[in-house]
Design a protein around this ligand. Sequence first.
Ligand SMILES: *Cc1c(COP(=O)(O)O)cnc(C)c1O
Length: 430
Amino acid sequence: MQAHQHTDISFAKHLDQTDTLVRYRKRFYIPEGTIYMDGNSLGLLSADAEASLQRVLTEWRILGIRGWLEAQRPWFWFAEEVGNMAAPLVGAEPNELVLTGGTTVNIHALVSTFYQPSGKRTKILADALNFPSDLYALQSQIRLKELDPQKELVLVPGIDGHTLDEDRIVSMMTDEVALVFLPSVLYASGQLLDLKYLAGEAHKRGISIGFDCSHSAGAVPHHFSEWDIDFATFCGYKYLNGGPGCPAFIYINKKHFHREPLMAGWFGFKKEKQFDMSPYFEHEQSAGGWQISSPGILGSATMEGSLRMIEKAGIEPIRRKSLALTNYLIALAKELLVDPPYNFSLATPEEEKRRGGHVAFYHPTEAWRISEALKAHNIITDFRTPDIIRIAPVALYNTFEEVWRVAHAMKDIIDNEEYKKFNTVRKPVS
Ligand SMILES: *Cc1c(COP(=O)(O)O)cnc(C)c1O
């Protein structure tokens, strides 16, 4: 690729003409006049997700309580069946996935089972760059065992404030560690960790390992079972486009189905005997055993349509296009945005295999006001404190031309000092 060539919009248009996933864009509701590059925070609504939600609403209207057994996809098994639909995205085997809970609730449900401090092994190894909610959950799980999180939660530090070194993580897997819990893709910098390598190293040392894959599921293929991951959870409203607050997924490796869910609830009971209403808990031997409450069928319904579409598109083609989009964004940024007076730098590792679905740019002084200025251009990205702008060109609904427009808008905002028009005070949701 010649330097001058890809900065020309005709090059972006050429890439769009060769895009094999282009037909999916039409199935999404893209906010009018907007370039939406925030699918790693909240994915967009598709006609497919809307149709499955509409069907469930109609079933409720017509069937009332009979929907639990008589709906087209009976609500009683909905969470397990939609879990199985997600299996190809993460390489799970039948019954290893269920759609349930929020991400943080699921971390509690999982860690309560997998964190069993005993003897010298009392610590949880996590990382200082993880999404804070995950770390809060780990701290309270340690307290529930009557231990001190200050001592027992060990955080691998970031190398440069943005990324982690896998070998450093492995070097901290000592014989005092009972559990390792890490993100697949770091929410701020977009670094993708090597899950297979980390799982192998943890197991060599007799340590269980789980992952929060909220920032990779639907963008990056995983092979949980092949890699022998013990457990995982991932959110449904990011690249899986399930809608605001829709449930997350739980993955349990089938070798652990016998273990005890320690945040028990009646929807985790043995499926065939749940309505015997026994006073004593016996869990279903599947990921479904870790459910707690009745599945929120309305909030889950979007996921059925959305997953059917993602599966049709295929997670491998999605990953290929996602990398092509982010490669293009990085190439444009190098050409246009890194030198003074622009001063952006890439917080995401450049190597493809170390990147998830979004690219994070660091700006030393004006990240917040630049992201506000992008909004004024009807470009939705997001800001993460203190100095990161995250841009997620999503394979199913973004184009190379949009990437071109975003990179050029960033350049214009600096050229014309547009960011200076915005208040330096941050809003409550960024
Ligand atoms: C999005 C995300 C969450 C969100 O947690 P909820 O409980 O669903 O609100 C948690 N952890 C990580 C790593 C995330 O990316």
